[in-house]
Ligand binder design. Structure first.
Ligand SMILES: Cc1cc2nc3c(=O)[nH]c(=O)nc-3n(C[C@H](O)[C@H](O)[C@H](O)COP(=O)(O)OP(=O)(O)OC[C@H]3O[C@@H](n4cnc5c(N)ncnc54)[C@H](O)[C@@H]3O)c2cc1C
Length: 381
């Protein structure tokens, strides 16, 4: 099926994104794995290519595209390189950007957004805590007012870009008795006394992404770093999670999972192998089924991209796109590993890496169980 979601302008932008992948990411692939992060100089290169400030007004150094299809193109191209690149840049461009752009004060925008666009300020968003991430309203980190400032205590875990982020949007409880209505967002910056990072996690997949624990001990946060309104942080997150989820769905459905169509999936240390080696005749119907699953999923995700662009995407549709695409991605990649036989289980084969990388998509951005819970509630179940 031809895709209708993109115009010629988007396809031109795709070339920029592809060029960035070819020139700045591919040659350093092993370096990222060894460092468990994407180097800052690569972020700066992304900034120079205009890839980071897609949602940021021109006054603050962005391109003010106001069109999520550009974000989606970037996510697709990064995902084709690897899932970790898509998640690291996606957290910055799709997840954090809306908090700073929609909710930031003029002073905050002047302070943070130009560096956000050049890649000099790498960002993260910290919601999940060691006690649990699914029930956001129950988060335990606290921020207590002290004159004009706030004193932040607590910890966060599994934070993408957490180790190298210069600015972290942190959700903390500001009104102990008000549940979801007592949470506020704060901009926590590198160098603030009492803000420390734990280790970079050793993950099952997405080796290249920096995923870390963050600790806050009596961190003094100036009132000027409150993002949005006090006690309205939960609502701010709920309003912006659909964009995170549709972005996740784009990455989930963009991953090349069909060995017959992607040379990278056939490359091993022994060089290029013939597609036939991996696709015996009896597997052909199976491959057709996989391809169908991917294309049908992508069609729904494309509709979500368009709806989001028109500000019509509901939280429920975003939840459907997120869980369905994550499930299909995992099913398809698992079948691809099977198709490759023993080779599919070898890390040197791209399909094995893609399979490991994909596992987390059913867990993060709101687990698939939570997505189904939201859909069930909407149906009155
Ligand atoms: C690699 C990686 C990167 C991440 N990046 C970030 C990030 O940048 N920022 C951030 O804030 N978080 C991040 N996360 C955290 C992620 O969003 C959480 O892991 C996720 O929300 C699940 O929370 P949890 O791990 O605490 O599991 P829990 O909430 O403890 O859930 C455990 C299990 O119980 C299920 N469950 C929980 N409640 C229900 C329910 N009501 N009904 C049915 N089932 C339920 C869950 O689906 C899950 O299977 C990341 C996680 C990973 C692994």
């Amino acid at each position: 099926m031809p895709r209708n979601v993109y115009t010629a302008d988007h396809e031109t932008f795709r070339e920029t994104a592809r060029e960035f992948v070819e020139r700045s990411l591919k040659p350093r692939a092993q370096q990222f794995i060894d460092a468990r992060s994407i180097d800052r100089e690569v972020w700066i290169e992304a900034g120079k290519q205009g890839l980071l400030g897609l949602e940021v007004p021109e006054t603050y150094g962005g391109s003010e595209a106001r069109d999520f299809r550009f974000n989606a193109i970037l996510a697709e191209e990064l995902s084709k390189f690897n899932a970790a690149a898509s998640s690291c840049f996606g957290i910055h461009t799709d997840c954090v950007a809306p908090y700073l752009v929609d909710l930031g004060t003029d002073e905050q925008k002047q302070r943070w957004l130009p560096g956000f666009c050049t890649g000099e300020i790498i960002t993260a968003i910290a919601m999940t805590e060691p006690s649990g991430g699914s029930d956001l309203a129950a988060l335990k980190s606290t921020a207590v007012r002290d004159g004009e400032d706030w004193i932040l205590n607590g910890s966060k875990t599994f934070i993408t870009n957490g180790y190298q982020a210069d600015l972290v949007v942190v959700a903390a409880r500001t009104s102990p008795d008000k549940g979801a209505k007592g949470i506020t967002l704060f901009g926590v910056e590198t160098g603030m006394p009492g803000f420390e990072r734990g280790r970079k996690f050793d993950k099952v997949g997405q080796d290249e992404s920096d995923t870390a624990e963050l600790f806050f001990t009596d961190v003094r946060i100036p009132g000027a770093n409150v993002i949005g309104e006090v006690d309205r942080g939960f609502i701010a997150m709920m309003e912006r999670l659909p964009q995170e989820r549709v972005g996740a769905a784009v990455s989930n459905s963009a991953r090349p999972a069909d060995p017959g169509r992607d040379d990278r999936l056939r490359q091993g240390t022994q060089g290029l192998r013939s597609a036939d080696r991996f696709v015996p005749a009896q597997q052909v119907p199976h491959r057709r089924a996989l391809q169908t699953k991917l294309e049908v999923t992508q069609a729904y995700v494309d509709d979500c991209i368009e709806a989001h662009n028109e500000r019509k995407l509901t939280a429920i549709d975003a939840a459907k796109a997120k869980w369905w695409s994550a499930q299909v991605q995992n099913d398809v990649l698992d079948a691809c590993v099977q198709l490759y036989g023993g080779y599919g289980y070898m890390n040197e084969y791209r399909v094995a890496r893609a399979w490991r990388d994909a596992r987390v998509t059913k867990i993060w951005a709101g687990s698939n169980e939570i997505m189904k819970e939201l859909i069930g509630r909407d149906l009155g179940l």
